[in-house]
Design a protein around this ligand. Structure first.
Ligand code: NAD
Length: 482
């Protein structure tokens, strides 16, 4: 196996403050999607390790973390943020090699992870209860109390920031965490476990268990000491988790798939909308739950919009993710590329227009060109299902009401954009779009301070902001008689 100082410390489970191999002896090869080469092997957790991790996390909860003073918790979370910032470059390099993410994006995501820890470090002392004037008189107040052990299960598309935005609020609220990264992308999660320990987090308060979801996921979700499961991933696995968690009424929050709309009215700044929209779907090679993959354009400006959108798409720099200028890297795996290509093949067979892309731009690596489809039908699979690859469909619309029916005719409801200079229309439409997150004249979906999550089958509960932190607590009401 290639030895590499960057990954030297990041290839084992992290349990009770120590790196260790999985008890089953299995290892998971890590493939660089840009080169198709195995560049590391990571220990895989087995069922015995789930047991050890959860029990250790429960001990850390009951013996130290739950009762540590808020001030101490704040200091430790700030220390973690500092270590993340100091290690931006190694973390970004690892992430880029592990999943093919462009290095500039990887750096931004590491910084985002640090900001998340800073936000929740400050939030420890701002998690307020209420005093309530009850009918009996006396004194009534609420407490927000930690739950215990939280299982955080995260995907491979934004491995580091999503791990941070589950771990930080859960710890801030006084819980301990067992973090299970996706088997394709465990490296930065393991480093996070090490930094947290170095920052003064008690042993066991953050356990990191790389391993296949199908093997250890169910055991983790079903474990009686796990009080909450916070999951980001596919709708299918989310639904399975909800079923298992129902057994002992575990608390859950689920951030799942999406098929988000990008709505462009004729009165918008068409230039800005058309030139920024490609990256709202092709960033992270389309492997983004918020990807605006259904574009609705008012017919009057349709041709002009499409022309500019296609031109901007063709200028995107696809290539080696470690090059500073690269905007689009490979997909995470050969399998993920095959899934995306199947959508394109099907669209071609149905006679849809491929206005840009559709092919493989490089011989080596799991690359796929950003692909623009026109003349798709609302019944087409590519219009209805999440591709999780660089494929967008653009359709014209004639009136607002009909467009909104089509926008909402989806099992998903995660994110979306509305482009218009008419304020009343922007507010009217934003109220009617069925999604948890929306942006007007922008494509931004994620703000550390604001709630993030979905309607319908895009999820349950919210990440980020104070909503997330409240989601890691139980609400207790106490009445004191006078
Ligand atoms: P996935 O559901 O296959 O895996 C996500 C995580 O769940 C991984 O850690 C995996 O190992 C684990 N897992 C798999 N089977 C499990 C089981 N039976 N029990 C417990 N855990 C199990 O999803 P993915 O392919 O890693 O990620 C892509 C999906 O995630 C897309 O659908 C995407 O839209 C969604 N996603 C959603 C958001 C959001 O915030 N809404 C963010 C990123 C990704």
């Amino acid at each position: 196996m290639i030895r590499d100082p960057l990954i030297e410390g990041a290839t084992q489970l992290f349990i009770n403050g120590e790196p260790r191999d999985g008890s089953g002896g299995k290892r998971i090869p890590q493939i660089n999607p840009a080169t198709e080469e195995v560049f590391a092997e990571v220990a895989a957790a087995a069922l015995k390790d789930v047991e050890a991790a959860v029990e250790g996390a429960q001990r850390a909860f009951a013996q130290t973390w739950r009762d540590l003073s808020p001030r101490k918790r704040t200091d430790i979370l700030f220390n973690i943020a500092r270590l993340i910032r100091e290690n931006t470059e190694p973390l970004a390099q690892l992430e880029s090699r592990n999943i093919g993410k462009p290095i500039t994006d990887a750096r931004d995501e590491v910084q985002l992870g640090a900001r998340v820890f800073e936000y929740y470090a400050g939030a420890v002392t701002k998690l307020f209860g209420q005093t309530i004037p009850v009918a009996r008189g006396g004194f009534d107040f609420t407490l927000r109390q930690p739950m215990g052990v939280v299982a955080a299960i995260v995907p491979w598309n934004f491995p580091f920031p999503i791990a941070c935005w589950k771990v930080a609020p859960a710890l801030a609220a006084g819980n301990t965490v067992v973090l299970k990264p996706a088997s394709q992308s465990p490296l930065t999660a393991i480093m996070l476990g090490q930094f947290a320990h170095e920052a003064g987090l008690p042993a066991g308060a953050l356990q990191v268990l790389p391993g296949a979801g199908g093997e250890i996921g169910d055991a983790l979700v079903a474990h009686p000491l796990v009080r909450k499961v916070s999951f980001t991933g596919s709708t299918a696995v989310g639904s399975r988790i909800m079923g298992i968690a129902a057994g002992d009424l575990k608390r859950i929050s689920l951030e799942l798939g999406g098929k988000s709309p990008n709505i462009v009215f004729a009165d918008a700044d068409v230039e800005q909308a058309a030139t920024t929209s490609p990256m709202s779907v092709f960033a992270n090679t389309g492997q983004d739950c918020c990807a605006r993959s259904r574009v609705f354009v008012e017919r009057r400006i349709f041709n002009a919009f499409v022309e500019k959108f296609v031109a901007a798409t063709q200028q995107l720099r696809v290539g080696d993710p470690l090059q500073e200028a690269t905007q689009i890297g490979p997909l995470v795996s050969a399998g993920q590329r095959r899934v995306a290509e199947d959508f394109i093949v099907e669209a071609r067979k149905a006679g849809r227009t491929v206005a840009a892309g559709g092919g493989r731009p490089l011989d080596k690596g799991f690359y796929l060109e950003p692909t623009v489809l026109l003349e798709v039908d609302p019944g087409d699979r590519v219009w209805r299902e999440e591709v999780f690859g660089p494929v967008v469909c653009i359709r014209p619309f004639d009136n607002e009401a009909q467009m909104l029916r089509e926008v909402n005719d989806s099992r998903y409801g995660l994110s979306g954009s509305i482009w218009t200079n008419d304020l009343k229309r922007a507010l009217r439409v934003s109220r009617q779009v069925e999604s948890g997150v929306l942006s007007i004249n922008s494509h931004s979906s994620v703000h550390v301070e604001a709630p993030f999550g979905g309607f319908k089958q895009s999820g349950l509960g919210r990440d980020l902001g104070m909503s997330a932190m409240e989601g890691y607590t139980e609400l207790k009401n106490v009445y004191v008689a006078e």
